[in-house]
Design a protein around this ligand. Structure first.
Ligand code: G3P
Ligand code: CA
Length: 304
């Protein structure tokens, strides 16, 4: 019996020592320039430029969202066949344009010949007000040129093809390393990006989110020294609640800016802000701005 207790005691003491060591050495992440410049107020982040209001991931959307007064533009990156970083969400062009095929199989000229306003409708397909209006798929370089001062959330959609290095080169060339938070659903892509582009803000990948949720659940959130600066999470994932008051508190104690996606209804926005959310990633930035008293209008098509 005594031998069994001793057998348990050694690993237990070791575990306590490791946890104590981690607790003593863990550090919150410092606030990156992109966030400190935006101040303390809740951030309104236009998801794909505000896809509920106008054709997603287009210069038109980014211009209008910017003019509305959003804090950040969110956008998605793929790579064309001839190696350009282009701003589009899906790996196929069918859902958003009048074309067909995979982004990776089309050259930039072919992608930019497509009508990226073709499929957008506010009335379930009764009308298509942006067809033939010259809305097209932008390159990421075009976005950087057009919106140098605007803070952005940039998502790498394809891992392992060199987009991380390319993204870093563009941010460096256009002097916007301190204007972005880079995210991805691919942990390895984020790790690679952090290696090639140190000191550029990133958000937690899915593995890091799971780790933080687990640590918080065990009451050990303060052991974490995050290598990222933002936590971009859904309210729920696979029916399981991700965003809890306790998680938001733990994340903020570690210096993280917590941003929720994709939040489109004002009562839910209110509830999450009351819970401590610091950013709302939304298809309807007009609703968030109105809720926060930063705008009195809800945008409509007649604003065009
Ligand atoms: O930040 C993640 C958010 O953008 C949701 O993902 O599929 O709309 O790119 P998705
Ligand atoms: Ca995205």
């Amino acid at each position: 019996m005594l031998r069994f207790a001793r057998f348990l005691l050694v690993p237990l003491l070791l575990l306590v020592a490791i946890l104590a060591g981690l607790a003593l050495t863990s550090q919150p992440t410092p606030t990156p320039a992109v966030l400190s410049e935006l101040g303390e107020r809740p951030l309104v982040i236009a998801h794909r430029g505000g896809r509920g209001l106008w054709p997603e991931n287009s210069l038109f959307a980014f211009e209008r969202a910017s003019a509305l007064g959003v804090d950040m533009l969110e956008m998605d990156l793929h790579r064309s066949r001839d190696g350009e970083l282009v701003v589009i969400h899906d790996k196929q062009v069918e859902r958003t344009t009048n074309g067909s095929g995979r982004v990776v199989d089309l050259d930039l000229a072919e992608l930019q010949a497509l009508d990226a306003g073709y499929r957008w409708s506010a009335d379930g397909g009764e009308s298509f007000p942006y067809r033939g209006q010259g809305v097209r798929i932008p390159t990421f370089a075009e976005v950087l040129q057009r919106f140098p001062a605007q803070a952005k959330v940039v998502e790498i959609k394809v891992p392992g093809v060199g987009m991380e290095q390319q993204l870093c080169e563009l941010l460096t060339r256009y002097q916007q390393r301190d204007k972005v938070i880079v995210g991805s659903f691919y942990e390895r892509s984020l790790q690679h990006f952090r290696e090639v582009c140190p000191r550029v803000a990133t958000s937690a990948g899915p593995g890091s989110v799971r780790l933080l949720v687990a640590l918080d659940w065990l009451g050990l959130g303060r052991l974490l020294s995050p290598s990222y600066q933002a936590l971009q999470i859904p309210e729920q994932s696979d029916g399981i609640r991700v965003a809890s008051p306790s998680l938001l508190r733990a994340a903020q104690e570690r210096g993280l800016n917590v941003q929720l996606w994709t939040i489109n209804e004002q009562p839910v926005m209110r509830h999450l802000l009351d819970m401590g959310a610091q950013g709302l990633i939304t298809d309807y930035p007009d609703r968030a701005l109105q809720l926060l008293g930063r705008s009195t209008r809800i945008t409509s098509l007649s604003d065009r």
